[in-house]
Design a protein around this ligand. Structure first.
Ligand code: KG4
Ligand code: ZN
Length: 347
């Protein structure tokens, strides 16, 4: 897979980490060697199941995780050429996310760990998105700034070590991925909207319709805002006759996408300036966006900034990033973690 360090099959003495990620609508399991090689990374998407509702239905997600989780773990072990007996550490996303969905992953991981009296590592989902950058062939070393843009979060993180980060700024309303998903819905695109809007925007011209870049009048702020953009899109779409709208959909998508990406890149640039750091990493599903990737790459080419962009499959939710984070965290010994709980909100 992409730029991640997939390596030779696990040797008998390699210390293997099994990680689970079930915070939203992807059932994920991965196996990582202790030195950070991705031996398997399985993602079972529930997108088709939620499409008919236009978004993730928490109860449906939990039930589907329950149905899939054991076979996803089996596949991850099989792809890695490993048995459960070879695993030395089990990790799972413990939050933030949908509580019912999280509980399936956490409970499964704790049960697997307990069955072999293995240690368990609870991992913060956002730390996982940061840690995807530690999986690259030439992993980025702290300190660096990390832009995280996903369906539930948009923030700038100051990463000073491998275990944690400090929030420099975050969205005051919608997340960037949420803006993509809501925008896609207004344009009649299927769920999940980000990928579909990305695809449609490629056929359009971003200069035909301009959309407001949120908080442009606060250039020193490191916070984000996307709710005004969504409103602007709704008004723009309402102004067009159905036939004209059908003709202009790609142009609207391109303009809308550009406004989202501009705010992300502007804020990331400001965070680098304000922190004095020259290294930028990215994470979260929106970092899979082709335009954002191109704009970030350009930022790297035009400045002294070293920009790291993980391959798209490590930007969207996956369990390899959770295992990557677990490598640097303190494990909880058996049986102390049996009462450990998942949490829904960021803390
Ligand atoms: O990180 P992620 O997989 O899950 C969360 O933690 O939320 O991010 C999912 C979000 C969704 O809003 C999805 O529409 C968006 O990332 N996304 C994209 C692209 N791929 C996924 N947005 C724009 N362009 C993409 N190519
Ligand atoms: Zn995520």
């Amino acid at each position: 897979m992409g730029g991640a360090t997939t390596g030779p099959r696990a040797g008998a003495r390699a210390i293997l980490i099994l990680a689970l990620e079930t915070s939203c609508d992807d059932t994920c399991a991965a196996v990582l060697s202790r030195d950070g090689r991705v031996l398997s990374n399985v993602v079972s998407s529930q997108a088709a199941l939620h499409d008919r509702y236009g978004g993730v239905v928490p109860e449906v997600a939990s039930r589907q995780h329950l149905r899939l989780v054991n076979s996803v773990v089996d596949t991850a072990l099989r792809d890695a050429g490993a048995q459960l007996d070879a695993i030395r550490l089990v990790a799972a996303t413990c939050g933030p996310g949908l509580i019912g969905a999280l509980l399936i992953g956490v409970t499964t991981a704790k049960a697997l760990a307990a069955s072999k009296e293995l240690p368990f590592v609870p991992v913060d989902h956002l730390q996982g998105h940061v840690a995807a950058n530690f999986l690259l062939q030439d992993p980025i070393e702290p300190p660096f700034v990390c832009l995280i843009a996903s369906g539930g979060h948009t923030l700038l993180a100051l990463v000073e070590d491998h275990r944690s980060f400090r929030v420099l700024g975050q969205t005051l309303d919608d997340a960037a991925g949420e803006a993509f998903d809501k925008g896609a819905r207004v344009l009649g695109l299927p769920y999940p909207g980000g990928v579909a809007l990305d695809r449609l925007a490629k056929e359009g011209n971003p200069s035909v319709f301009s959309f407001p870049v949120g908080m442009r009048n606060e250039p020193d702020s490191l916070d984000f805002s996307y709710s005004g953009l969504k409103t602007a899109l709704i008004y723009r779409v309402r102004q067009l006759e159905p036939r004209e709208l059908a003709k202009q959909r790609a142009n609207i998508a391109a303009g809308f996408q550009l406004a989202i990406c501009r705010q992300l890149v502007d804020r990331a640039r400001s965070a680098l300036e304000q922190s004095g750091l020259r290294r930028l990493a990215v994470g979260g599903g929106v970092a899979a966006n082709s335009q954002l990737r191109a704009m970030l790459a350009k930022l790297g080419e035009e400045s002294e900034v070293e920009v790291r962009i993980p391959p798209p499959e490590l930007c969207t939710d996956n369990a390899a990033m959770i295992a990557a984070a677990a490598r640097f965290l303190e494990p909880i010994a058996y049986p102390a973690y049996l009462g450990f709980d998942a949490f829904a909100a960021a803390r």
